[in-house]
Design a protein around this ligand. Structure first.
Ligand code: HPA
Length: 272
C-alpha cells in the first residue's frame, strides 16, 4: 500500500460548496479513454488535486472535475479515477464517490473500459451492469488464488439502471447508428495485468460477460446510500481463445471510438 494524503470528505465537499451553490443532479466517472460530456454550458473545471488533494497517475485519466449543465441540469464530470492496482487503499479509491454522496448528488454514472468475455459482444459495445447479476468481485487480495465471490446485495437493481436501459432502447429505435445496449455481469479484478487465457476461461465459466479493474469499489460504496449508482462498460476488446490484447493503447483507442454513442446516451439519460 502506498502512503497517500488526501483531503478529507468534508474538506472536499466544502471546496465544492464554495465553487457551486447548486448540488449536481448527476455525477459521471469516466474510465480509461472515455470521452463524453465535453463542452457543457457554464463549465468550470478543477483539478483532482484542488478537489480531493490527490491526482491520478494513469495515462488516459486526466484528473479533472468539471461542473457544467446539460439542458439546464447541473452535472459533475470526473475524468479519471484511482485504482486498487496503483497501490491505493479502498479509502482513496472510493474518495470521489464518497464526496459525491456527502455532497448530495442523486445519481452516479460510472463508466469503465472492459474486456468482453461474452462472445456475442463486439468492440465498441456498451454493456450496462444490470439486475441481480451485475458484478463479480473476486477477493484476490484477501484469499490468494481462490476467488471468494461477493455475497452482498446486488448493486445495480435500481431505478437509474432501469432508466438508462429504457433510454438506450429508445435511442436504438429512433437512431439506426445507435447500437442497442448490451447487459451483463462485470468481473472486477485487481489487475494491473490483463488476464491470462486460463483466467478468461475461468471468468467465462463464472458467467462474467466483461472484465475490468475498477467500478466495483464505487458501486459497493454507493449501495445503501441516498446516491443511486449505475455502471456501464465500454467493451474495448473481446477475448477469444487465441486473443491477445495489444495493451493500454488499444483500449484507449476503442474507448474513444465508442464515446460518441455513450455521449448521446448520457445526455438523453440526464436530461430526458
Ligand atoms: N481486461 C481487464 N481490463 C480491461 C480489459 C481487459 O481485457 N480491457 C479494458 N480494460
Amino acid at each position: 500500500m502506498i502512503e497517500t494524503t488526501t483531503k478529507s470528505i468534508s474538506q472536499s465537499v466544502e471546496f465544492l460548496r464554495k465553487v457551486s451553490k447548486d448540488v449536481p443532479e448527476a455525477a459521471v466517472v469516466l474510465g480509461s479513454g472515455v470521452k463524453v460530456l465535453e463542452a457543457l454550458s457554464d463549465e468550470q473545471s478543477f483539478s483532482y488535486d484542488q478537489v480531493f488533494g490527490i491526482s491520478p497517475t494513469i495515462v488516459g485519466h486526466a484528473g479533472s472535475l468539471t461542473l457544467g449543465r446539460v439542458q439546464g441540469k447541473l452535472v459533475a464530470v470526473m475524468r479519471g479515477r484511482f485504482h486498487l492496482y496503483e497501490g491505493h487503499d479502498w479509502e482513496v479509491v472510493t474518495l470521489p464517490t464518497r464526496v459525491m454522496i456527502e455532497w448530495g448528488v442523486r445519481h452516479l454514472y460510472l463508466t469503465n473500459a472492459a474486456g468482453g468475455l461474452n462472445q456475442e459482444f463486439a468492440v465498441g459495445d456498451l454493456m450496462l451492469l444490470t439486475g441481480y447479476r451485475d458484478h463479480l468481485n473476486p477477493k484476490w487480495k484477501e484469499t490468494g488464488l481462490i476467488p471468494a465471490l461477493m455475497s452482498a446485495p446486488t448493486a445495480c437493481a435500481n431505478e437509474l439502471t432501469n432508466h438508462i436501459w429504457a433510454v438506450g432502447e429508445k435511442l436504438a429505435k429512433s437512431d439506426q447508428r445507435f447500437r442497442p445496449l448490451k447487459s451483463g455481469t462485470y468481473a472486477g479484478l485487481l489487475g494491473p495485468t490483463y488476464e491470462t487465457l486460463a483466467e478468461i476461461e475461468m471468468l467465462r465459466r463464472l458467467k462474467s460477460d466483461a472484465v475490468g479493474m475498477s467500478t466495483v469499489p464505487e458501486l459497493q460504496t454507493a449501495l445503501g446510500t441516498k446516491t443511486v449508482a449505475a455502471a456501464i462498460s465500454v467493451v474495448t476488446n473481446v477475448w477469444s481463445d487465441d486473443a491477445a490484447i495489444d495493451g493500454h493503447e488499444e483500449v484507449l483507442k476503442a474507448a474513444k471510438a465508442a464515446s460518441e454513442r455513450l455521449d448521446k446516451l448520457f445526455r438523453a439519460a440526464i436530461a430526458p
